[in-house]
Design a protein around this ligand. Structure first.
Ligand code: ZN
Length: 363
């Protein structure tokens, strides 16, 4: 059966937020019996009023996120334990969220940590170790990292030099590139292991950028790895490229954050093979979902909408007896180095399935 969504009548100028907000008024039947195997991982950078706005949330804004979670039955879980549970097919608390911070900024020690302690919320802190080794201004110190670690904070690897690891430098051979990437990950791994007495198990890609080849290198270190493309994590996620919702700047707004905190994973089968590197600015993406999984999670295939920069995309759906394939195409060229195709669909209890596909265009 071929189904084609006619999206032309929708105003493509509406932002993704407007469209998502409009879904909120749709009352969906309350479904009982779905597995609680969905996790929303959030990524923050600075919690401060004086750092770059695009990667910052104010202390008041950050507190309001935690208060909102507490008031709405959203549980902040330990990331490593939650991922391990999902990998084993175990359930998580309903509406599970994991909090992460990237880079190693001082406001996390000084401002975020005291608030997180107040709410008894676990979190993970991804450190680029070169700035810490150089006692660079604006970053935490090794003493502070050790103090946090000794009190239960998970410390993860964010490379030593925070380089654009998916990209070869000018005249760099493939083997030289591989060595450079390995060195940056290995150096941070060794620094963290030496300072904390235990090897880190979590890795966050600088800028959230990964490729098939980089995933192989990171996989060689036996890491669980995280990107910065939005979406929920579930049993079929790629453990070497888990999605995270960026929560800084324009993304810190609590109204839109609510949808992210409670999002559910789309059980797409192709995600593990996903490599974001493309040589065209108009890539068509393919997603496949097992029909059994579609009914298991209560997804209506025709309700999936995909967006690029707030504009609704063309989604073609093909269903056979076992699988449903979604072909997602942009109406025009993407600009910039990175972009995402973001797909959502209404789920039960005013929640949303959420998956995004990251792309990187290298010059
Ligand atoms: Zn970073």
């Amino acid at each position: 059966m071929n189904l084609k969504l006619n999206l032309n009548t929708q105003s493509i100028r509406r932002s993704v937020i407007d469209i998502l907000s409009s879904f909120l008024v749709i009352m969906l039947p309350c479904s009982i019996g779905f597995s609680q195997n969905h996790l929303s991982i959030l990524v923050y950078h600075h919690v401060s009023n004086t750092t770059p706005p695009s990667t910052s949330i104010s202390p008041e804004g950050f507190r309001s996120h935690l208060q909102f979670m507490k008031d709405n039955g959203i549980t902040v879980v330990d990331l490593e334990n939650a991922v391990s549970a999902l990998q084993k097919g175990l359930d998580l608390p309903d509406k599970a969220v994991a909090i992460t911070f990237d880079d190693g900024y001082e406001s996390i020690y000084e401002t975020a940590w005291p608030i997180l302690k107040e709410f008894s919320a676990p979190f993970s802190f991804f450190i680029s170790t070169d700035p810490i080794n150089k006692s660079q201004q604006g970053y935490v110190t090794w003493g502070q990292i050790k103090e946090m670690h000794s009190q239960g904070v998970t410390i993860g690897n964010h490379t030593s030099d925070h380089a654009y690891l998916v990209q070869k430098t000018q005249n760099e051979s493939t083997s030289d590139w591989k060595q450079r990437a390995q060195k940056s990950i290995k150096k941070a791994h060794a620094d963290l292991t030496k300072q904390l007495g235990i090897a880190p198990r979590l890795f966050a890609y600088p800028y959230g950028e990964f490729s098939k080849e980089l995933k192989e290198i990171v996989g060689g270190f036996d890491y669980i790895a995280l990107g910065q493309h939005s979406g929920a994590t579930g049993p079929l996620s790629d453990w070497l490229a888990l999605p995270r919702f960026p929560m800084g700047g324009i993304y810190s707004n609590l109204e839109t954050a609510r949808i992210k905190f409670t999002s559910r994973a789309l059980p797409a089968l192709d995600i593990e093979q996903w490599s974001p590197i493309v040589d065209t600015r108009e890539p068509t993406a393919q997603l496949t979902i097992d029909n059994i999984n579609i009914s298991k999670v209560g997804l209506q295939a025709t309700s999936i909408s995909c967006f690029l920069g707030g504009k609704e995309m063309e989604v073609k759906i093909r269903t056979n007896t076992t699988h449903t394939n979604f072909s997602i195409a942009a109406r025009g060229k993407s600009i910039g180095r990175r972009w995402n195709y973001t797909c959502t669909a209404p789920a039960e209890n005013n929640r949303y399935f959420w998956l995004s596909l990251p792309f990187i265009f290298l010059d």
